[in-house]
Design a protein around this ligand. Structure first.
Ligand code: ADP
Ligand code: NI
Length: 216
């Protein structure tokens, strides 16, 4: 099987698994991340096959959609093992998927390969700006979080356990994750795009509070 055929099979697999999601992690999120990663690859380099496969599979193992992350990783491993890929390429892809996720404002990222940095940047770009705002409210509704409660303060999560178990508001998610992302981009190409999207979120929040306070 050619690399392109493996990619095509993987697209069908991911589409089928993520089609019905309403938490902002649907196929079109994967599609945007995959294509943004290809675009970043043109400027920043890296092995395109590893980038495409990791981007396509990056949310299949997410802790939010599996009983535990290891099961998700196992599933991806089984998927990859049916193709004639070298053990080292499988490990490269699995390593990226394990480390792609944001795990709390106070928890350091551990991505070391350029391929991983690109996929992480592409995923994070999709979490900010207008699309990021839309996804965040979609996620909040799906998850059952209140939109905003001025009596609930944002938290600075210093461990993944804390971040994972937090039951905050959707507006607080901006202060717990989204507004940190521009400074946690790995590549210069992503940093540039992130600055614009960050600005847009700041304006959104300002308008949100202006309207909230306009009843006073
Ligand atoms: P990552 O790929 O870094 O693990 P997540 O899958 O945790 O990112 O989050 C992807 C997007 O889902 C976030 O950028 C946000 O839009 C939404 N999201 C995740 N957790 C929350 C939350 N607690 N409240 C609102 N939105 C959330
Ligand atoms: Ni994602």
């Amino acid at each position: 099987m050619t690399k392109q055929e493996i990619i095509n099979e993987t697209i069908d697999f991911v589409k089928e698994r993520m089609a019905d999601d309403s938490s902002g992690h649907d196929w079109w999120h994967v599609y945007r991340v995959w294509n943004m990663a290809k675009k970043l690859n043109k400027k920043e380099g890296g092995d395109l096959f590893i980038i495409e496969m990791s981007a396509l599979l990056h949310d299949v193992a997410d802790w939010k959609f599996n009983e535990d992350e290891e099961r998700g990783i196992q599933l991806i491993n089984n998927w990859l093992e049916q193709f004639e890929l070298s053990e080292s390429n499988i490990l490269r892809i699995l390593n990226i998927i394990r480390n792609v996720s944001f795990k709390g404002a106070g928890v350091k990222d551990k991505m070391i390969s350029i391929e991983g940095m690109i996929v992480q940047d592409a995923d994070r770009l999709d979490a900010i700006g207008a699309i990021g705002i839309a996804r965040t409210f979609a996620f909040g509704g799906n998850f059952g979080s209140p939109m905003h409660n001025p009596e609930v303060k944002a938290q600075n999560h210093s461990s993944f356990e804390e971040y994972k178990n937090a039951k905050g508001t959707t507006i607080n998610h901006f202060y717990e994750k989204l507004l940190f992302l521009k400074d946690r981009m790995n590549t210069n190409a992503a940093k540039e795009m992130a600055a614009k999207r960050h600005n847009y979120m700041e304006n959104f929040l300002k308008q949100f509070y202006d309207e909230w306070d306009s009843i006073k």
